[in-house]
Design a binder for this molecule. Structure first.
Ligand SMILES: Nc1ncnc2c1ncn2[C@@H]1O[C@H](COP(=O)(O)OP(=O)(O)OP(=O)(O)O)[C@@H](O)[C@H]1O
Ligand SMILES: [Mg+2]
Length: 259
């Protein structure tokens, strides 16, 4: 029998901490360079105007091992920045991020892949980056290629891949590296219906195995289907953190309230 979301939340509340953020703030500095002209060359000796963009502002939460947490919010609200910090692509400007376990990030399409390497070479490259030995990658290569259903294309450079094919490769690698924490940023949307279903089945398997999943999406159906708990980011601020259905409802109401 499927556990209810309350029962699951109760069970995971006592599990060890997987990710903890305390007053997490990320500021990007955007330097406005002068123009590519003679005048620009002169201007480049003058102090540059630097714009500060706060992508995350004092964000705090705790995620326990085995939880699946959805992250929602409008474009530019800081969702990818948060996953980027957890994947250690970015360093926080201030605050604390604690991560317990190995992270498999599935961020933008093709992130971490080299366009001129073949699918197969990229599997090795990525598998090793994600913490496997070459021997471990070799043992899993068939399973990864089969899962991705890219048998006919695996020796082609991935710059020739379609977005769906890149997603298949990325998901297949992330799903086979024994990660404790899986980060999924929106990418599933480019898969066809059948492959998406296959990814959701794999995510269910991860949930049964007690792994931790962070899932960013603009698809509110998918979010509620996958996650018991949702974080809502609004211009870098954590607006809500709670039961998936409730937070999605609050978010949709706020979107509809905008004239
Ligand atoms: N590498 C970067 N350098 C400078 N600014 C950045 C960088 N990455 C993100 N930002 C800025 O940080 C803010 C948050 O961006 P982020 O990509 O985290 O949003 P998001 O919630 O993932 O949006 P979307 O729904 O469009 O994917 C945006 O204003 C964006 O311009
Ligand atoms: Mg994003």
């Amino acid at each position: 029998m499927e556990a209810t979301s309350e029962a699951r939340a109760e069970a995971t509340a006592h599990a060890p901490v997987a990710i903890r953020a305390e007053n997490l703030t990320k500021e990007f500095k955007l330097a406005h360079h002068a123009y590519a002209s003679l005048k620009g060359l002169f201007l480049s000796f003058l102090p540059k105007r630097v714009e500060h963009l706060v992508a995350l502002r004092q964000v705090s939460f705790t995620i326990h091992r085995g939880e699946t947490v959805g992250i929602i919010g409008q474009n530019g609200s800081g969702k990818s920045t948060l996953l980027g910090i957890i994947a250690r692509v970015y360093r926080p400007t201030s605050g604390i991020i604690e991560i317990n376990g190995r992270v498999a990030p599935l961020l933008e399409l093709g992130a971490g892949f080299h366009p001129d390497l073949t699918g197969l070479e990229n599997i090795y490259f990525n598998g090793v980056i994600l913490g496997l030995t070459r021997k471990q990658v070799a043992e899993r290569i068939d399973a990864i290629v089969q899962f991705a259903e890219l048998e006919g294309y695996i020796d082609a450079p991935i710059r020739t891949y379609s977005s769906g094919m890149l997603m298949r490769l990325g998901f297949a690698v992330a799903a086979h590296v024994d990660a404790d924490i899986l980060l999924v940023d929106e990418v599933l949307a480019v898969g066809d219906a059948r492959f998406q279903q296959k990814c959701y089945d794999k995510i269910r398997q991860f949930q049964r195995e007690g792994r931790t999943i962070l899932f960013v999406s603009h698809d509110m159906e998918a979010i509620q289907h996958v996650a018991q708990r949702v974080l809502w980011l609004d211009k870098g601020i954590l607006r809500a953190d709670g039961d998936a259905r409730t937070v999605v409802q609050q978010y949709l109401e706020s979107v509809q309230a905008v004239p």
